[in-house]
Ligand binder design. Structure first.
Ligand code: AMP
Length: 192
C-alpha cells in the first residue's frame, strides 16, 4: 500500500477578524482528513493553526505538531489537538522538520510567522532544494496584494515567471485539494 502523503500547513496563531478565515481553516482541515492525507503543522491549539489540526484529526489524519521548547506552554497547548507532539530545540529545527515531513505546503491567512514560513519554502523551491507543491489559500483575497507584489518582482526582473507560476493560488479549500490531488512535480529553471 502506498504511504499516506502529508500536507504541511502554515497559518495564523490568531483567528483573524473575519469569519471566513475560521470557516475555510475548518473546511481545509476536514478535506485534508477526508482526502486521506496526514498533517504536519507548528503545534498547539491556538488560532487557525489549531482549527486546521483539530478538524484534520477528527476526519482521520494523523496530526503531527512541531513546537519549539520556548512555545511549549499551556497558553499554546490549550487543548490537545495533535496525534503526536514533537518538542524541538528552536524555530530552525521546527521548520526543517516541517519541511522534511511535508509533501505539500499550504499557507492559509496568517501573520508574520506564516509569511516567513511561506517565503522560506518558496525560496527553497526556487533554489531547487525541493519540488513539492505550494498553495496559497486566498480566502477573502487575503493574499492578493502579496501576489501583486510577486508580479511586480516578475515585471521588474527580480523573479522568474516560471518560478511564480510554480505556486498555486486557490480561492477555496476545495481548490487546494484539487491542485494537490493532481500535482505533478516540475523542474524549475536553475537559479544562478
Ligand atoms: P503568525 O502567522 O505570526 O500567527 O505565526 C504563525 C506561524 O508561526 C505558524 O505557522 C507557526 O509555525 C509559527 N507560530 C507563531 N506563533 C506561534 C504560537 N504561539 N504557537 C505556535 N506556533 C506559532
Amino acid at each position: 500500500m502506498e504511504k499516506k502523503k502529508t500536507i504541511c500547513t502554515f497559518s495564523g496563531s490568531s483567528l483573524g477578524q473575519r469569519e471566513a478565515y475560521t470557516r475555510d481553516a475548518a473546511l481545509l482541515g476536514r478535506l485534508i482528513g477526508e482526502n486521506n492525507f496526514d498533517l504536519v503543522y507548528g503545534g498547539g491549539a491556538i488560532g487557525l493553526m489549531g482549527i486546521v489540526a483539530d478538524e484534520a484529526k477528527k476526519h482521520g489524519s494523523f496530526v503531527l505538531g512541531v513546537l519549539p521548547e520556548s512555545m511549549n506552554k499551556k497558553e499554546v497547548r490549550v487543548k490537545n489537538v495533535e496525534s503526536e507532539l514533537l518538542i524541538v530545540k528552536d524555530m530552525h529545527e521546527r521548520k526543517r522538520t516541517m519541511y522534511q515531513r511535508g509533501d505539500f505546503f499550504v499557507a492559509l491567512p496568517g501573520g508574520i510567522g506564516t509569511f516567513e514560513e511561506l517565503m522560506e519554502i518558496f525560496t527553497w523551491k526556487q533554489l531547487g532544494y525541493h519540488k513539492k507543491g505550494i498553495v496559497l489559500l486566498n480566502t477573502e483575497n487575503y493574499y492578493s496584494s502579496l501576489i501583486q507584489q510577486f508580479e511586480r518582482a516578475v515585471s521588474d526582473g527580480f523573479l522568474k515567471e516560471e518560478v511564480l507560476s510554480s505556486i498555486c493560488v486557490a480561492q477555496k479549500p476545495e481548490d487546494v485539494l484539487s491542485y494537490i490531488n493532481g500535482y505533478k512535480e516540475e523542474k524549475l529553471p536553475e537559479k544562478i
